[in-house]
Ligand binder design. Structure first.
Ligand code: SER
Length: 584
């Protein structure tokens, strides 16, 4: 049986409720482009809000970590991964959490106990040493010599600079043919981390101080790809059953063996897989020059470049074959992969058609330039971007292979001149860290529901939200619509939202089953994401939406709503940017 199923069944047998994976794009956290951990969609509940599915939860969550993008090509890195997670929201704490992890690893996956080693928090910065966890591990039979005490850097976990956090205990596995050492040395890379149990009992505030959360939580995360490679005893992640069919397909389309072509094949496998998951997400990300769309573009274009390097005929349907192999593997786990199969193939094909022929010309241009000069200046990098569609990262990578520098700053300046507005809007997003559910964001969140309702009244009931993004400065809202909004339509939408704000409508929250919510006509954006019991936010009688919140309690708090921009987002999708003015 697949380890995902074993994991979910195990935690269900311990009273946990399985919750569906959230989309790869966080719904209301503008500070990160993608979910990077299983806990991210659960932040409001770790902070104290009751979760509709109870206090014991488990799932597998689609995650994307871009920090690993440049390392892809080696044996271990990939940009997309699934994180197996279980949570206690103020329910059990260290004792049960550690015992569950131990039982799953040794009894379900049959990992020999002596191949496991543990780190616990040694005590630092006024947070006490975690003797409790060490004692629990020893009571289960872990040798004292296989327990290491480490500091804040290793055994304290937080998703960002603010928000829920806590000390953790990490479980390591001895991945080597050599005999297991008697004493655990966490510096020895043959010990690989497989599971992280975080005891989330604190909230870190903006000024860096730490306060206790309303209740003590457990947040655990185990990387699926890694645990599979451990259980299957392979020392190249890409040789495990997760990647084998994908690599085999690439061998077939390239008519070359994996051996000797590992780097290229791993990059293609990883990048196409991540692109499939981004494009399949119901939020509707398409290749573009900003935000998530830019990442999608970069990944597809980099895969195309490596496919060319491998000698794959770019005109053939190689991309389709690889994507289908990937989707065959995941569609039983992710409904959106099943539903959006054709869309994914179309996205890949369109991007390939855009890039494949300019790649050839661009590479020639690149070679011509470096014959003459020993560096790529900003203007040239921008020319490669603008005329041949080379993401700057591609130019940098090509230049690195020839050992020549690129004036990236000069490129950014050219870029800035070219499209000042859209860049400034997206830049902050690459910084990472956690968004506040601050007062202003909360207001924008409620305004999003009003805008959604107003668009339906003005443009028709088939108008639905396709994406949203909130910062302290503005809201952005994507929706399906086949035309540019007229001035009159925009004014009508604005007027409606402002009318509802002035009516000071009450905002109420009700818990109900997903079925009840849908049959009462509640607006739902990401059907696949919702658990069986959901929160429905109602605003007077103008809006009903399934939503995690938070929201204001009365609409008058919003101030004045103003549309600042209406533009195309992608085919059939329009985008509105709006602000709230004079908020009291
Ligand atoms: N949040 C922790 C991690 O990502 C445990 O799930 O490692």
């Amino acid at each position: 049986m697949n380890i995902k199923d074993l994991y979910i069944n195990f935690f269900k047998s311990k009273g946990h409720v399985q919750i569906p994976s959230a989309p790869v794009v966080p719904e209301n956290d503008p500070s990160v482009l993608f979910n990077t951990a299983g806990m991210q969609p659960l932040i409001p509940y770790l902070m104290g809000e009751p979760h509709p599915s109870g206090t014991r939860l488990c799932d597998y969550q689609k995650c994307i970590r871009l920090t690993d993008l440049d390392s892809v090509g080696d044996k271990t890195h990939h940009t997309f991964f699934e994180m197996l997670g279980n949570w206690s929201l103020g329910d059990y704490f260290k004792k049960e959490s550690i015992a569950y992890s131990y039982e799953f690893l040794t009894k379900v996956l049959h990992i020999p106990q002596n191949r496991l080693a543990i780190t616990v928090f040694k005590g630092e910065e006024n947070i006490p040493r975690d003797e409790e966890s060490a004692t629990i591990w020893k009571s289960l039979g872990i040798s004292e010599k296989h327990i290491a005490y480490l500091g804040i850097h290793d055994n304290f976990w937080a998703a960002g600079s603010i928000g829920p956090c806590g000390t953790d205990t990490e479980i390591f596995y001895w991945r080597s043919e050599e005999e297991v050492p008697e004493v655990f040395n966490p510096e020895d890379e043959r010990w690989v981390e497989i599971w992280n149990n975080v005891f989330m009992e604190f909230n870190r505030l903006e000024d860096g101080t730490i306060e206790p959360l309303p209740h003590k939580n457990v947040d655990t995360g185990m990387g699926y790809e890694r645990i599979v490679s451990v259980v299957e005893n392979v020392n190249d992640n890409y040789a495990s059953s997760v990647w084998k069919p994908i690599i085999a397909c690439i061998e077939k389309v390239a008519q070359k063996p994996y051996q000797g072509n590992e780097t290229e094949m791993r990059i293609i496998a990883d990048h196409i897989r991540t692109s499939v998951f981004i494009a399949a997400d119901n939020v509707g990300i398409r290749p573009s020059n900003t935000d998530q769309g830019y990442i999608l573009r970069r990944l597809i274009r980099r895969a195309i470049r490596y496919a060319k390097k491998l000698g794959i005929d770019l005109e053939s349907n190689w991309d389709e074959q690889i994507a289908c192999t990937i989707m065959d593997q995941y569609e039983t786990y992710y409904q959106e992969i099943k539903d959006n199969r054709q869309t994914v193939l179309q996205v890949l094909k369109d991007e390939k058609n855009k890039f494949a022929h300019t790649l050839e010309k661009g590479l020639k241009e690149f070679d011509k330039v470096i014959e003459k000069t020993q560096q790529i200046d900003g203007q040239t990098a921008f020319h490669l971007y603008d005329t041949y569609g080379f993401p700057i990262e591609l130019t940098v990578e090509l230049a690195k292979e020839k050992n020549i520098p690129v004036d990236e700053k000069g490129f950014q300046e050219k870029m800035h001149e070219h499209q000042e507005k859209s860049r400034t809007a997206s830049k902050g997003k690459f910084k990472g860290g956690l968004a506040g559910n601050g007062e202003i964001e909360t207001k924008y969140h409620t305004a999003t529901h009003l805008l959604n309702a107003a668009l339906k009244q003005v443009l028709g009931i088939d108008t639905h939200q396709r994406g949203s993004n909130i910062t302290e400065e503005r809201m952005r809202f994507d929706f399906n619509c086949d035309h540019k909004l007229s001035e009159e339509e925009k004014r009508k939408v604005e007027d409606l939202v402002n009318k509802w704000i002035l009516e000071d409508l009450p905002v109420t929250k009700t818990q109900m089953t997903k079925q009840e919510a849908l049959s009462m006509g509640a607006e739902a954006m990401f059907i696949e994401k919702y658990p069986d019991i959901v929160n429905v936010y109602q605003i007077g009688d103008v809006s009903k939406e399934i939503c995690g919140g938070p929201h204001v309690t009365h609409t008058k708090e919003l101030g004045k709503f103003k549309i600042t921009k209406e533009e195309a987002s992608s085919a059939g999708i329009r985008r509105i940017k709006a602000v709230l003015e004079h908020t009291p």
